[in-house]
Ligand binder design. Sequence first.
Ligand SMILES: [Zn+2]
Length: 441
Amino acid sequence: MHKLRVLWYLLVDALRRPLRTRADVEAWQKRRLRRFARRVLAKSAYYRPYVRGGEVDLSTVPVMTKDLYVEHFTSINTAGIDRDQAMQVALSAETSRDFSTSLKGMTVGLSTGTSGKRSLFVVSPRDRAQWAAHVVRRILLPHLRVPMRIAFFLRANSGLYESVRSMLFRFTYFDLTRPFAELLADAEKLQPQVLAAPPSILGRLIHEQRNGAVHLRPTVVVSFAEVLHDDIRHAIVDTYGVEPVNIYQCTEGFIGMTCAHGTMHLQEDVMHIEPEWVDSTHFRPVVTDFTRDAVPIVRYRMTDVLEVRATPCPCGSPMIAVERIVGRDDDVLLFRNERGEDVAVFPDVLSRMIARCTDDYTSYRIRQTSWTQVVLQVHCPEAVRHDVERAMSQAIIETCRTQGINSIAVTVEPYFDEPITVKDRRIQRLVHDSFHFPAQQ
Ligand SMILES: [Zn+2]
């Protein structure tokens, strides 16, 4: 039954007229929004009041945040699922690592996001089939060699990813709570053609490959769940000889992926995306996902900050092109310049500056602990430690100085391994919680 559903969506997808221009995209979204209002929003107690005459004017619907979503979960969802009960099911799945449990036929899971705050996701079989069709068509089909072996490194098995196994592919799920040495041995045995993992894990795999511990030769490398920084991206190209497909996906949906030119395009043929501008080039996406029916995602504000691409992508896609995902709000460091103004230092700017100064490290962590203090931890060979730490401290100070910030001090602390199950946050601001993006010219 499920396979038929996935095939159905693949067919629907394939027969659809391609969206070539901006006008195509907008016309398609308008039609989908009308259908979404009638078929999904009208069934949600929370959203029903906004549907008038079978239509919804999105601008009248309040912007959704994670806190509001969790608070109103019971009235938002259309499947009659109680939040507390769902939370309990998700929590026990997390403990037992048996993710086959479901509630009223829905897959229930816990999402921690990068903020570490707990949220819920509920996925219907229909949602799953659409998601699987999308992954298959966008990522796997262009590279299809049957049967395809796919290694998926995940922090929790949501059941969502399992669904693709039933197609022409053999999905193997690598649970990151298992010892890494075991995962390496299994990966070596599997020899996956598709290697999908968060970039911090790809970094570790590459490190092991350079040490001769594994010999993987994937033809497709997929990066997801964390920000893909340029150094890891270059290491992927150097080691595997392929440009990674970078997926921007989270609990709220499949939001973007890179095209053949390496440009991230927002998936506006699946969802409606409003940019909420924080300055002239950076925005937070506010997403409405037409493919979800169990728990509607409507004007959901992501906390990621994206930089829009200034020039059109050569691939000709009419979807919004993103230069880079600069990180979450709290990946953006915030200092004061000489004039006492707040100045944002974007994590990608900092990590590129560091990459220019040194590459003798395995990984590092930068934490802003006060208006003037930054803590640096570096994982690198002992022989070069002194030089690397000095180069990185200098790079941090230099990056700030170019933006008129002269008063910061960098403290070096010993690096410690975070459990692999923790989402990697390379750069993070630990202070000023009530952070408003400073205006920037
Ligand atoms: Zn493109």
